[in-house]
Structure formats: structure tokens, C-alpha cells
Design a protein around this ligand. Structure first.
Ligand SMILES: [Zn+2]
Length: 303
């Protein structure tokens, strides 16, 4: 074998060696990225807290037979901030796209700097904000976690209230009641119809308060946890007397007195459930920014 051939073989070996290393590193990076995307170990602490609270609630509550998806979003302040920046051009409507952005992501591209600053401001200056949809989603403004730092049981109150909404199908029930009350009366104006629906929705909200309060009590939180949380929620809002603030909910005084009356009623009792929803099965997706749980039930609805 001459020197030329030896050199060639050496070169091929070298290329192969580096090829394998390169391929191996890429596979490793891919596996790590895949692991990181779904790993609950690397979730933001906000999601970890939600998981911890729902695990506790599920120990002695029936959380239904549907998966529930929790989404932490940029939050309500993004509505005004995106208008300020001219990012949201719609003057009259709610800037839902910006409110619902993933707050854990750094954005790139067009006006990324403005957008990232706005997200930071929404987190730092925002209030408690949460909502539930009959589709099985619970959304939480990221600022909620800042305002409620070291007040875990208050966060549990929010989650219990929203969880109750998912179980009750509130908008449908309120709408059905409205339909029953109005279908014979064709003279009603749109505004009158809206007012009737709003009153029915307020009943659903009050029910979610009572249901949430009992849910926490079942899960071994102190009896007055929900009441204290509700008082704090309104204190962090500040001004609460304006009529148009949240017409969907009963006003503060009504809400508090309903909760107090329920807590003092004999139906406010703890039972130990034979078939609670624990243990919950959890799935997380970092890229899509959601955390989902599946209650431990024998059967799931398939339609
Ligand atoms: Zn509600």
C-alpha cells in the first residue's frame, strides 16, 4: 500500500468519524428539544403551581369526565398596550389576539421589541385575570401569578371557580333560560334580551362562587378560603362601584353576602368521595403553551 492510498483511507475514516459525531449530536439535540417541549420538569413555575393545586383539589372532588386545558396568556393589559402601540388597529373591539399571546415566548420579526416590552409591562402592571370556556379551557393572565405570589390558596379559589364554570356549561344554561323566558315575546328589544341574559349569567357566576367555595372545602382548604380570596380580588382591583365594570358578575356586596350565607348554611358540608378525580393525568406542550389534565374516570365522552 502506498502512501497515497493510506492517506485516502485515513481521510475517509476521518470523514466517517466526524459524520457520525455530527449525526449523533443532531439526534441528541432533537431528542432534547422534544423532551424539553413536553417535559413537566421544565415547565414555567406558573404551570407547576396550577398542577400542584389541581392535584390537591382532585383528591376529593369530581372534576368531570372531560380533559381540561389550562392556558397562561399575556393578559388583559395587552388590549390597551397593543392599541397604544398601534399594533391592534381595531379601535372599537377587543384586541383578543394580543391578550391571548404566549407570554413565555420572545417574539422576533416585525416590531418585536415593542411587542416584547408590552408583554413585560402586561406582566408587571396587570391584575388578576381568569376565565373559562365551555370548550374545556381555563385561561389565566400571567400577571395573576405576580399579584398572588405567596397566596396559593387564593389562586386555588380562582381555579376552583373556573373549574366549576367548565362543569356547569354556564353560557348555555343562561341562554336556555333566556330563550325560555323570551321566545313567546316578540316585542323585546335587543337590549332587553341582553339584560335578561345578563341576569341569568349573574346567577351562573354566583353558582360558580358557591361551587368553587365548596370544592376548596372538600379539598381540605380552610373553610373561609374562598371568602377571603374574593375580598382580596376586589381589593386589588381598587375601584369597584362603577356599574359597567363587570356586569357579568353580581356586585361585590352581593357576591360576598351570598358566599357568607352559603358558608353558614348546613349544606356547606364536607364529604369524602368514593370516586374522586385523582390521580390526574397531565400533558404539557411548551411550544403551544398549554397544560392539560385528564380526570381519572372510567369512561370519557367520545362524541
Ligand atoms: Zn366566573
Amino acid at each position: 500500500m502506498n502512501l497515497g492510498n493510506l492517506f485516502k483511507i485515513f481521510k475517509i475514516k476521518k470523514v466517517l468519524k466526524f459524520g457520525f459525531i455530527f449525526f449523533g449530536v443532531n439526534v441528541l439535540i432533537f431528542c432534547l428539544a422534544f423532551y424539553r417541549n413536553e417535559s413537566q420538569r421544565f415547565m414555567p413555575y406558573e404551570y407547576k403551581l396550577v398542577q400542584k393545586i389541581f392535584n390537591k383539589i382532585s383528591l376529593n372532588n369530581d372534576l368531570g369526565d372531560r380533559p381540561v386545558t389550562v392556558i397562561i396568556r399575556a393578559g388583559e393589559d395587552m388590549h390597551f398596550l397593543s392599541k397604544d402601540l398601534g399594533l391592534c388597529k381595531d379601535k372599537d373591539n377587543y384586541c383578543a389576539y394580543y391578550v391571548n399571546l404566549n407570554p413565555f415566548k420572545k417574539y422576533k420579526g416585525y416590531r418585536a421589541n415593542d411587542l416584547n416590552n408590552a408583554l413585560n409591562q402586561a406582566y408587571l402592571r396587570g391584575h388578576i385575570g381568569a376565565g373559562a370556556s365551555p370548550t374545556g379551557n381555563i385561561v389565566l393572565d400571567r400577571s395573576t401569578f405576580k399579584v398572588l405570589e405567596r397566596k396559593e390558596s387564593y389562586l386555588a379559589s380562582i381555579l376552583a371557580h373556573e373549574m366549576f364554570h367548565i362543569l356547569q356549561f354556564g353560557p348555555f344554561e343562561a341562554s336556555l333560560e333566556t330563550l325560555k323566558d323570551t321566545r313567546e315575546n316578540e316585542k323585546l328589544t335587543k337590549k332587553e334580551m341582553e339584560d335578561i341574559f345578563l341576569k341569568k349569567s349573574q346567577v351562573q357566576e354566583a353558582e360558580a362562587d358557591l361551587g368553587g367555595a365548596l370544592m376548596l372545602y372538600y379539598a381540605d382548604y380552610p373553610k373561609d378560603t374562598f371568602l377571603k380570596s374574593m375580598e382580596f380580588f376586589y381589593k386589588q382591583i381598587g375601584v369597584i362601584h362603577e356599574k359597567n365594570q363587570s356586569r357579568k358578575h353580581p356586585d361585590y356586596i352581593t357576591r360576598i353576602s351570598l358566599i357568607k350565607a352559603f358558608m353558614n348554611d348546613e349544606s356547606f358540608n364536607k364529604e369524602i368521595l368514593d370516586n374522586p378525580s385523582a390521580p390526574l393525568k397531565w400533558v404539557y406542550n411548551r411550544k403551544e403553551n398549554w397544560l392539560r389534565f385528564y380526570p381519572n374516570k372510567k369512561t370519557f365522552s367520545t362524541f
